[in-house]
Design a protein around this ligand. Structure first.
Ligand code: OAD
Length: 271
């Protein structure tokens, strides 16, 4: 196991970031927590909330299960109404803007984002793969007709299940969020194929790395590529060269201070 960088040795991490020209950042729900969106698996997270609110769910994860969705899409759409693009009351966090700064400095190869809250786009991150899909498009589960977010926004926000003209009784238009049994978007495989052999460093932030195939991404990189974890807790599904445990925004602010980027970070956060 590579030696773990102790927190007081943040300068070693700063050095890796300063030298790297092509950085991949892999993010999860933890980076949006300070914006007010709970993560999934912490206590008080989405899975404990839906478990309490919908005791009939076989498991909390069933809100992202296609078979359950076909019988009862209600819990998923209640969740969707909180995150729907254009309606969200949430805003990007300092961690999102740190990724944007890496992009502005020409150092971001890719942000592999598992989140479906769209805050990466709001922060101006364009070198982005939305690994678990997004609300931007939606698909009728009966006839496969494609819809845009605008087409179903009104229904979702009014807590009405969006239906397709093909069968207004039985159809359901499902936002193109990746459910557990579904394949990831082809953009994920394309990006991995392009990135895996020429990345200088990987930074993993705010994820428990429990959902594959995204959890496998750190292990797809060649040996010797430094892997840095910034998270509240240790993650057992991958090995890291540096594990910085704590609140990601606080860690990011300290990293930016040492990188000399604090003013730029503050300006982005204030804009
Ligand atoms: P999890 O809830 O599994 O993990 C979030 C991680 O972030 C945990 O390890 C927390 O300790 C950590 N964390 C929380 N707040 C933090 C903070 N302020 N600073 C640093 N770390 C913090 O969420 P994900 O790993 O993103 O699928 O979950 C992966 C996928 O599982 C999600 O994309 C979702 C879910 O099923 C879909 O939405 C389709």
């Amino acid at each position: 196991r590579p030696s773990v960088v102790a927190v007081p040795d943040l300068d070693a991490v700063v050095d890796i970031i300063r030298r790297a020209r092509r950085i991949c950042v892999l993010t999860g729900a933890g980076i949006s927590v300070s914006s007010g969106i709970p993560d999934f698996r912490s206590s008080g997270g989405v899975y404990s909330l839906v478990g309490d609110r919908y005791p009939d769910l076989p498991t909390p994860e069933a809100i992202f299960d296609l078979n359950y969705f076909r019988t009862n899409p209600g819990p998923f759409f209640a969740f969707a109404s909180e995150m729907f693009p254009g309606m969200t009351k949430y805003h990007p966090t300092p961690t999102h803007y740190f990724i944007r700064l890496l992009q502005d400095h020409g150092q971001l190869e890719r942000n592999y984002a598992q989140n479906i809250d769209g805050l990466e786009l709001e922060a101006g991150i364009t070198k982005l793969v939305q690994c678990h899909g997004s609300f931007a498009t939606a698909t009728c589960q009966l006839c496969a007709r494609k819809y845009q977010a605008d087409d179903i926004r009104e229904a979702v926000m009014a807590h009405i299940i969006p239906r397709c003209e093909c069968d207004p009784e039985n159809s359901v238009i499902k936002p193109d969020i990746i459910f557990f049994s579904e394949s990831l978007p082809s953009t994920f495989d394309d990006a991995i194929n392009q990135d895996s052999d020429h990345i200088d460093a990987m930074i993993v932030i705010g994820t428990s790395l429990q959902v594959s195939p995204v959890s496998l991404v750190p292990s797809l990189l060649p040996r010797g590529v430094p892997r840095i974890l910034i998270n509240r807790e240790l993650v057992s599904t991958a090995t890291f060269d540096a594990e910085i445990l704590g609140d990601c925004d606080k860690v990011i602010v300290e990293l930016c201070r040492r990188l000399g980027w604090l003013d730029k970070l503050k300006a982005l956060c204030a804009a």
